[in-house]
Design a protein around this ligand. Sequence first.
Ligand SMILES: *Cc1c(COP(=O)(O)O)cnc(C)c1O
Length: 405
Amino acid sequence: MKRRTIIKGLGLLPIGGTLLSGEPLYAAPAGSAKRNLLKELGIRTFINAAGTYTAMTASLMHEEVVAAIAHSAKEFCMLNEVQDKVGEKIAQMVHAEAAMVTAGAFSALTLGMAGILTGTDKEKIKQIPHRLESSGIKSEVLLQKAHYDGYEQALHNTGVKLIPVETAADVDRAVNEKTAAMHFLNCNAPEGKIMHEEWLQLAKKHNLPATIDIAADVPPVSNLWKYNDMGFSFVALSGGKAIRGPQSAGLLMGKKDIITAARLNNSPNGVTIGRGMKVNKEEMLGMYAALDKYIHQDHDKEWKVWEKRIEIIHNAIKNIDGISTTVFVPPIANHTPTLRVVWDNKKIPISRDEFMERLRRGTPSIEVIGNKEGGFNTTVFMLNPGEEKIVAKRLREEFLNTKTS
Ligand SMILES: *Cc1c(COP(=O)(O)O)cnc(C)c1O
């Protein structure tokens, strides 16, 4: 092989060092900064007028977050030290005794529950999720019936059984020596019979930790600390939704003993239930940078920008015959101005799916999200500046097209 061919081949291998000649193996190929892998691989990119949806890669990271990732990618650190230092700062920011960066809110729920179950007992850590009862580990978690939405699987993954309850009397009856915790799903709070304060009182009465999933419930920014202030033992939050941290990052915040134990159940501290939920230093620092930026930004100003954008899109389509539109703000979870669009199929003869497919196939491609009313919703908090005009124009064009064709 010619020397040049060898260098080219080695450049992709995960080994460090330099060639004998002193040329760095990792010297970026000329022009690599401009290389567009998305284009090269034919991956569709789109304007996200839908919201923070996991399958749509949720959110875009701000420059500060990308810079934190890029910079830390060039240095070695001890992973536990990064988590220590980042966790300490984040804990202060969110009024928690302790905090850690996890691989998303789902992982935060699993690790937090694992921490409650095992404490710092290394033997117990080895027993979950399969040998809870035979190892004397508590194995039941109470959850209101209205709070089952699928994400409780994250708790189930630790081996616990979920016990449905509805009323305070149900809780009193259900608690026994196997009960490990009482879990709450914030976004379904209005559907349940027991609200936060009462849930916390019941947990206190039975001397149990109360835990909460607030994954998509920021904004408002105050929710970052609200549930820590209320006294939940742990709070799980997504990092890659509106906070715009790395998509596969999240936060577990709460009591120090739980976070300490959760970390023992996670990488790099042994072969545990959390070993596959590794978070790299880049994402820990990226999450910290995202949170720092998010907390300090001007939320009122941002809200006004969102309202203005929604208005632009709304104005472009609201007078089209056959369309009905509503602007609303979901009270909890994805709490951001949202435009609901539905239409009369007799006046506008196109199915929702076909309409969305046309938006998707256009240039630029646009994603909105189907709603349960048979139309679609659009939000603007994931738009880059100016994209609202493109979305407004395209929606109007597509609707007018279907009317005349
Ligand atoms: C998104 C979401 C999760 C999962 O969060 P990830 O950060 O993607 O792991 C869990 N619970 C609720 C209610 C969510 O909305």
